[in-house]
Design a binder for this molecule. Sequence first.
Ligand SMILES: CC(C)(COP(=O)(O)OP(=O)(O)OC[C@H]1O[C@@H](n2cnc3c(N)ncnc32)[C@H](O)[C@@H]1OP(=O)(O)O)[C@@H](O)C(=O)NCCC(=O)NCCS
Length: 133
Amino acid sequence: MNPDALPTDREPTLRVVPLPRDTNTAGDIFGGWIMSQVDLAGSVVASRRAQGRVVTVAVNAFDFKKPVYVGDWVSFYAEVVKVGNTSLTVDVKVYAERGWRSGSVFTECVRVTEAVLTYVAIDPKRLPRSVPS
Ligand SMILES: CC(C)(COP(=O)(O)OP(=O)(O)OC[C@H]1O[C@@H](n2cnc3c(N)ncnc32)[C@H](O)[C@@H]1OP(=O)(O)O)[C@@H](O)C(=O)NCCC(=O)NCCS
């Protein structure tokens, strides 16, 4: 399986096009922008699985494998990979598509980032609550 190919079995959790305001001083997309989008995508699947509010408790792993550029179509694929009592572990893979060929087909697609985050389901008092089975 080509690690740079978009997953074909599901839609991305989030798809965003970064703008010039999202760059670092070298002109590439700022890592902090990617981290915030990863956190958002992870929280979407975690809160859906937890059927309510979650908070991020830990970033377990974060690998920036390739740079992201202004105008890329950046797709975030988030998946709950483990459910504890109150916690959920989420894997997020990020792909960038760029370079028009024809129609909606891009000349290049690369896996740019991989991350694993942990979320905790919380109640209205912000205390951990059990994730529904
Ligand atoms: C998340 C929070 C409610 C957890 O409260 P807590 O009293 O520490 O809860 P616990 O120690 O019982 O841990 C709750 C779960 O998180 C897990 N956890 C806690 N710290 C963790 C860490 N660093 N890495 C992975 N899992 C962790 C525990 O293993 C436990 O999982 P389980 O119930 O599935 O076994 C609290 O730490 C908090 O409010 N943190 C701030 C969250 C925040 O502001 N995030 C940024 C914005 S969303």
